[in-house]
Design a protein. Structure first.
Length: 237
């Protein structure tokens, strides 16, 4: 392969950054038009357990800011895989074969695991969490009108999607640590009890303060930890 000069490397980097910016702007414009549907999608789990409920706009600019925020999130979500691919295409010619064998599965599996985690939160966790909070608020000992703010609800829902998407990266992290020789399989097996305690603590911190939602994060993470062990290698003697 022909070696590139420093100026050629900078030109290549500039070209890839411009492509990335173009895709981001295109996705941002698309997100602006799709944001009402995204808002409807994100609020669907709430209204499924609260059919007669209503959300509140607390400021005159809330509609604009929410639409813009959803547009940016959509653009980031759509652009990230493209950005990872551009970064891979830029650095891969300079990597050794062993390094490429470690990195390219990360680029493929990381977005997939994030989507699986977010989907689990959306379809499994949300009905329990929102049902729990609605029942709790409606059972208040004093007369109360439940009118959650739209921006607060969306921030809460999107935050949970991010938490589960990141939490589902656990198998990938463990397998990578194993492949680079930092975490042998037998050591991970010995650390199982400590890992379970850590998972329970993390679930308690990152989820709402009810046992159901904490269990719905802790149990999948424990399962992912056990699955990770199947793909880890024993330390070479």
């Amino acid at each position: 392969m022909k070696r590139m000069t420093l100026s050629q490397h900078f030109a290549e980097l500039r070209r890839r950054i411009l492509w990335l910016l173009a895709v981001f702007v295109f996705a941002l414009i698309a997100g602006w038009y799709l944001s009402p549907y995204l808002q409807e999608l994100l609020t669907a789990p709430l209204f499924k357990v609260w059919p007669d409920g209503e959300l509140l706009y607390t400021g005159i600019a809330d509609g604009l800011m929410i639409r813009f925020s959803l547009s940016v999130l959509f653009s980031i979500f759509l652009t990230t895989p493209f950005a990872l691919w551009q970064a891979w295409a830029f650095v891969s010619p300079g990597l050794h074969k062993a390094e490429r064998k470690i990195i390219w599965p990360i680029l493929i599996m990381s977005p997939i695991l994030f989507l699986i985690g977010a989907a689990f939160a959306f379809y499994v966790l949300f009905p329990f969490v929102f049902g729990f909070f609605i029942e709790l608020n409606q059972a208040a000992p004093v007369p109360a009108v439940v009118l959650p703010a739209v921006k607060d609800y969306l921030a809460f829902a999107i935050g949970l999607l991010k938490v589960f998407g990141i939490a589902f990266q656990l198998p990938l992290i463990l397998v990578i640590l194993n492949r680079v020789g930092i975490l042998p399989r037998e050591k991970a097996v010995k650390m199982r009890r400590y890992a379970i305690v850590l998972i329970v603590v993390v679930a308690a911190v990152l989820t709402p303060p009810d046992v159901v939602s904490q269990a719905l994060l802790a149990l999948p993470m424990w399962g992912l930890f056990e699955i990770s062990l199947l793909f880890m290698r024993d330390e070479r003697k």
